[in-house]
Write a protein that binds this ligand. Structure first.
Ligand code: ADP
Ligand code: ASP
Ligand code: MG
Length: 412
């Protein structure tokens, strides 16, 4: 029997009526002949509320206890979901990540999934039950509860879909699908019918919070068909899938901004083999995720090295950079917190020219100063002053006509 995994985000299960509505979605799939696994997030803003509760008692809560606490939001939703299905006359059973043996490493607040006991879930499905699993969490080898990072329920869902060889993983949220830009910021953004895993990976890593980045990486690795859709309507949504040749015909598929980041720089770094390796080894040891790295040779003896980190990682990254400044005998260290990133993403950049020129021209016209530029094969990112970033996004969206479906954009 084919399996469907359905993930419901916080707003889609925010109250009893929404849980009932989500439960009906699961029933629709069952009636259509699927075995259904539901992955649910904490209701509404509950995870934020739990974070606030923790910080009220301890400004620097032990990481283990934080994960133990935050996991409880999802635990409430799954049992409520099972109760809703039971009241509608369907058999359902809820589990925590630990109960379905979703094993992770022991890195609290950004744990990585190592394995899942899919046989355990299959046995329940074979008994005709809807299986409801908490998103966002697992357990490490020692049985400690771990969480996968904010927004991590998407990753739980796609990982379960991969482990169970599900036909599709539906991500139900509060927008119709993946848009050319965050529709809350760029009002004229349009929904994409489909997007490649690589583009979605870039969008997610550059601030499109609609999908947790590791969920897309799982999807790509195990070829899971992911469909992002609105829990409130029947719009078919956006399919995240393998790249097909016509995708390259679109120059830019989407644009993002990222505000929760900061830039750290080391100046006068000894220009000798091993300096950069030492810096990034130490940051990796401290589990700091690095976004963009820029190194420039200033003289034969000295280089300047800067990188972007999320504001969540900033305190740790700053501490490491301060220590490295002394150890490597650098001239200085600086932190810029007033910076944000605007990015344009599209697999079409591989084969078409003129993207950089268009993007920089649009930013110049909007009087946005560019602090630094980084690129990959399929994206261009510019660090700009934080107060300018929304204007920058508007300029980028306008120049690449992201307010129109790709087929209606001009060909030049
Ligand atoms: P959920 O709680 O369902 O997981 P999220 O808040 O994590 O929902 O993700 C949905 C939100 O992602 C939308 O409300 C939207 O504001 C935001 N978003 C950011 N970029 C995009 C984009 N390119 N397309 C669609 N939504 C986006
Ligand atoms: N509840 C968690 C969060 O708010 C996980 C999720 O919703 O995906 O980050
Ligand atoms: Mg989310």
């Amino acid at each position: 029997m084919a399996i469907m995994v359905q993930k419901f985000g916080g707003t889609s299960v925010a109250d009893a009526e929404k849980i009932r509505h989500a439960a009906r979605r699961a029933i629709e799939r069952m009636t259509a002949g699927y075995q259904v696994v539901v992955v649910a997030s904490a209701r509404g803003q509950q995870t934020d509320d739990l974070v606030r509760d923790a910080l009220e008692l301890n400004p620097n809560p032990p990481r283990r206890e934080m994960d133990q606490l935050l996991s409880t939001g999802e635990q409430q939703t799954v049992s409520l979901f099972a109760m809703a299905l039971d009241a509608m006359g369907y058999r359902a059973i809820s589990f925590t990540g630990g109960q379905v043996r979703m094993l992770t490493d022991g890195v609290y607040s950004k744990a990585m999934i190592k394995s899942i006991d899919s046989d355990f879930i299959s046995r329940e499905l074979d008994q005709g039950k809807v299986v409801i699993v908490t998103g966002f969490q697992g357990v490490d080898e020692q049985g400690n509860v771990t969480t996968l990072g904010r927004g991590g329920s998407d990753t739980s869902a796609v990982a379960l879909a991969a482990a169970l060889h599900a036909e599709e993983c539906e991500i139900f949220t509060d927008v119709d699908g993946v848009y050319t830009a965050d529709p809350r910021i760029f009002k004229d953004a349009v929904m994409l019918d489909e997007i490649s895993y690589d583009e979605m990976l870039e969008l997610a890593s550059l601030g499109a919070g609609v999908m947790h980045i590791r969920s897309v990486a799982f999807g790509k690795r195990y070829n899971v068909k992911i469909r992002v859709r609105n829990s409130a309507n029947d719009n078919p949504g956006t399919v995240i899938t393998e790249e097909v040749p016509q995708m390259e015909g679109v120059l830019v598929s989407g644009a993002t901004i990222q505000k929760d980041m900061a830039k750290i720089g080391l100046t006068g770094v000894p220009n000798v083999p091993g300096s950069a390796a030492r810096v990034f080894a130490r940051l990796a040891q401290a589990k700091v995720v690095i976004n963009d790295i820029i190194q420039t040779e200033i003289s034969p003896e000295k280089a300047s090295l800067s990188f972007l980190v999320s504001t969540a990682d900033l305190p740790t990254a700053k501490e490491v950079a301060e220590a490295l400044k002394t150890e490597l005998h650098c001239d200085g260290m600086f932190v810029r917190e007033d910076i944000a990133l605007v990015s344009a993403i599209g697999v079409g950049m591989r084969s078409q020219y003129g993207v950089a020129e268009k993007m920089f021209g649009a930013l110049a016209k909007a009087k946005v100063n560019i602090d630094s530029i980084t690129t990959s094969e399929i994206r261009i990112s510019c660090a700009v002053d934080k107060p300018d970033v929304e204007r920058a996004l508007e300029a980028v969206c306008t120049v690449f006509e992201l307010d129109k479906p790709a087929r209606l954009r001009s060909k030049t």
